[in-house]
Write a protein that binds this ligand. Structure first.
Ligand code: SAH
Length: 259
């Protein structure tokens, strides 16, 4: 790698361990038929392994200082974009793909949730995400109840099925971060189109806005929600006591009542 000044603000913690990089590719179930999107190429450690194991790779990197290093790898089936992925709309990103693609990435941790939400809620072609995230975030993603259970868990469940495929020591990153990590695989399921997912997401977020308060307390802050239409038994409980199906039920009821 051409000498690189690591930038904390971009979440730059690079991987070098070959075994781990291969394991990520395995966790993603990649084959030579797959087209892959990588978010955050870094110095290209994962990009190279993806390039060897997939049909094609599209990789976004925000830091233009890495351009020379990445282009000098001469990876013939990889297309790099030096852009902030959050500023590119999903239709533009997906123009590079046919019917489906997989996301495989060691994510920049400061935007883990926005990336997951963006791709799950807006994509029309994504089949799975296999991503390195902070261990604590991984636990929130897969939680079915308890303290880790929240908006992230519900949204991921709404769009797909998630599992932790491995826990990764902080020692395997350079520079070493303050926390351990985990690889999470989310398989996207085609979802119930009768629900406006953005609006449903906003509803669930409102329900959880103050974790220790009841649905009544949280929802009554927004006059858009006509809480008198919701069963009072639900209203007296906290968001964390509801399953995804129950949230869907309450939401549908609310929307129908609004007409
Ligand atoms: N994949 C590499 C680097 C992971 S670190 C490896 O595993 O070694 C995360 C990378 O994401 C960094 O290179 C960082 O510059 C990049 N990044 C951060 N924010 C980004 C954004 N908004 N869009 C695209 N890339 C981003």
């Amino acid at each position: 790698m051409i000498e690189h000044k690591f930038k904390k603000k971009f979440g730059q913690n690079f991987l070098t361990d070959k075994n781990l990089l291969n394991a990520i590719v395995q966790d993603a179930g990649l084959t030579k038929e797959d087209d892959v999107l990588e978010i955050g190429a870094g110095a290209g450690a994962l990009t190279q392994i993806l390039s060897q194991n997939a049909k094609s790779v599209v990789s976004y990197e925000i830091d233009a200082d890495l351009k020379e290093t990445l282009l000098s790898l001469n990876l013939s089936n990889v297309k790099f974009y030096f852009q902030d992925i959050m500023k590119v709309d999903i239709e533009t990103i997906e123009k590079d793909f046919g019917e489906s693609y997989k996301v495989v990435a060691n994510l920049p941790y400061y935007i883990t949730s926005p990336i997951i939400f963006k791709f799950l809620s807006k994509s029309k072609k994504l089949s799975s995400l296999t991503i390195m995230v902070q261990k604590e975030v991984a636990q929130r993603i897969i939680a079915g109840s308890g303290g880790d259970y929240g908006v992230l868990s519900i949204m991921v469940q709404f769009f797909g099925e998630a599992k932790i495929t491995r826990i990764v020591s902080r020692k395997l990153f350079y520079p070493e971060p303050n926390v351990d990590s985990a690889v999470v695989r989310i398989d996207v399921r085609r979802r119930d189109d009768s629900i406006d997912s953005q609006d449903f997401l906003e509803f669930v977020q409102t329900c959880f806005s103050m974790r220790r308060k009841t649905l009544k307390n949280n929802l009554s802050k927004n006059p858009k929600y006509k809480i008198d239409k919701i069963n009072s038994e639900y209203l007296s409980k906290r968001a964390e006591s509801f399953t995804l199906d129950q949230f869907i039920l309450i939401y549908k009821n609310l929307v129908e009542e609004q007409g």
